[in-house]
Design a protein around this ligand. Structure first.
Ligand code: ZN
Length: 509
């Protein structure tokens, strides 16, 4: 007599690494209460201090969002599954293509009520018709192109008409990664070694080059007929409408929350479909947000998570094949939208767990109160997305915390070590980071475990705390100071600065 609660990758560390937990419960509220009672460290990630479910955590019973059922009062039956679906922002970087569908007759926004509604759906069963910036009927294929695309041309779903649409379509890829027909790329980054493991557009020889040039070279090598337009800028509220305007479809492979919301809002204001993909470790999400036909990103996640709660790929890592997997799904959706074939991911969120190799999907509903695509939109132009996502405040907070704790740089720290000063060094990273590189004279206590180890530490001693780059150790230093430790120093730049400036034999990551 129990329900299964699926736990997403970012939250698994709080439930001993399990991907699901079986619990006896009659309602969603009971199940979640039982879950956080059993795993106390999970509580702050699901519930605010006032006991309310956090707004950026979406909870589903089977494939239904509880916001459209009876929220925590929603009844569950044995065998039901409850899914916790958090925001993840990691970029998939890959994609092109296109087709769409029309709204299913009778498709509507489901009313709150029954725990197991039938038929009330905003998903699309047929492809919507896409507005092309270029007239595809005027496009012709050369004999060489006919040879190149022969395996497409013999498919009834593509044919000559479809291939002309693919050639006419203008796809904008945000984050340099994919392939396409006339293809716009937006990126401002350079290729780093740590990118090569998953960003197959770039090779070892490209390290240090701009991603745009590297991507263009690779795409033109695959297909010289692709018109590649480069936009070497960070997408901002000031330039987004201008850049996105000329494209038929936007593929979002970006990696941070402010840009996700910016892309969403810009696509709605311009009436363009947004092919969404995001990744974290072994987990990916994909959907198509097309406000003309279904819900948008804000209907799913009205608010971003507080800064720092959801780690980025740079902090949390990502499996090398996952961008390819999710990027291929985005590409497939883009091609379907261009061809006007199939059933698009509009109104559905596809969840990919590559570790279990399980694909699930949940229904997305258009929120009538959505501030951008709802009945009475309040956002009619692009806003300050950094402020919306709370980033300046977070930086100030981090600075305030770091400022309150004295810092030393790696050169000073080295002098102390060389002098034999009686300092204790605590590394607050995770064990798998310690395995990559560590200081022999440091002791490993991951930040999350520091509170329970405080009693073993002597507050009369002098401490230097470090992590990878100094952020987590600033928190650790503040925690030690608040616990009565008076002589605590944060190592500025962390072990990365140590490796770069003091000991180049240490690997960096
Ligand atoms: Zn919306």
């Amino acid at each position: 007599m129990s329900v299964r609660v699926f736990v997403p990758t970012p939250l698994r560390p709080y439930v001993n690494g399990q991907d699901h937990v079986e619990l006896p419960a009659r309602t969603v509220g009971e199940a979640l209460s039982a879950l956080v009672a059993q795993y106390e460290k999970l509580r702050p990630h699901l519930f605010a201090e006032d006991g309310q479910l956090r707004s950026f955590v979406n909870v589903y019973v089977n494939d239904e969002d509880i916001r459209y059922l009876k929220r925590e009062e929603t009844t569950v039956r044995p065998g039901d599954s409850i899914s916790i679906i958090p925001s993840i922002a990691g970029g998939a970087a890959g994609g092109s293509g296109g087709s769409g569908g029309g709204l299913h007759p009778g498709g509507s926004v489901g009313a709150p009520g029954s725990a197991h509604p039938e038929g009330a759906t905003a998903t699309l069963d047929i492809a919507p018709s896409l507005r092309f910036a270029r007239n595809w009927e005027e496009v012709t294929l050369s004999p060489e192109e006919i040879r190149r695309y022969s395996r497409h041309l013999i498919m009834p779903e593509v044919g000559m008409e479809g291939q002309k649409k693919l050639k006419a379509a203008r796809v904008l890829l945000l984050g340099a990664g994919g392939l396409g027909s006339p293809l716009g790329l937006v990126d401002f980054d350079v290729v780093e070694f740590s990118n090569l493991q998953r960003q197959i557009l770039h090779g070892t020889k490209d390290v240090g080059r701009g991603k745009l040039e590297s991507a263009r070279e690779r795409i033109l090598d695959v297909n010289p007929g692709v018109e590649v337009e480069l936009h070497g800028a960070r997408l901002t509220s000031a330039n987004a409408l201008e850049i996105l305007r000329d494209y038929d479809i936007i593929v979002d492979g970006t990696d941070n929350f402010p840009t996700r919301y910016l892309v969403n809002d810009a696509c709605i204001l311009l009436g363009k479909p947004n092919v969404y993909g995001s990744i974290f470790r072994f987990e990916g999400q994909a959907s198509v947000f097309y406000a003309a036909e279904g819900p948008c990103y804000r209907c799913l996640y009205p608010e971003p998570p507080p800064p720092g709660l959801v780690p980025s790929c740079a902090e949390g890592g990502v499996l090398g094949v996952l961008p390819g997997l999710i990027g291929a799904i985005q590409t497939n959706e883009t091609i379907k939208l261009i061809l006007g074939q199939g059933r698009p991911l509009i109104g559905r969120l596809l969840l990919v767990d590559a570790l279990k190799m399980r694909f699930r999907e949940v229904r997305l509903r258009k929120d009538p109160a959505c501030p951008v695509c709802g009945e009475r939109p309040t956002i009619r132009e692009l806003i300050d997305y950094e402020a919306f996502c709370g980033l300046p405040q977070a930086e100030e907070q981090a600075r305030a915390e770091a400022g309150a704790v004295p810092e030393i740089d790696v050169h000073e720290f080295r002098r102390w070590v060389d002098e034999g000063r009686p300092i204790r060094v605590i590394d607050v990273r995770e064990p798998y980071e310690w395995d990559i590189a560590h200081l022999d004279f440091a002791r490993l206590i991951p930040l999350g475990q520091l509170p329970e180890h405080l009693r073993e530490l002597d507050s009369a001693q002098e401490y230097v705390v470090h992590c990878r780059t100094g952020g987590r150790s600033a928190k650790a230093a503040a925690l030690l100071r608040d616990a009565g430790f008076r002589k605590v120093w944060n190592l500025r730049g962390g072990i990365k600065a140590w490796a770069e400036e003091i000991d180049p034999s240490l690997p960096t990551y």
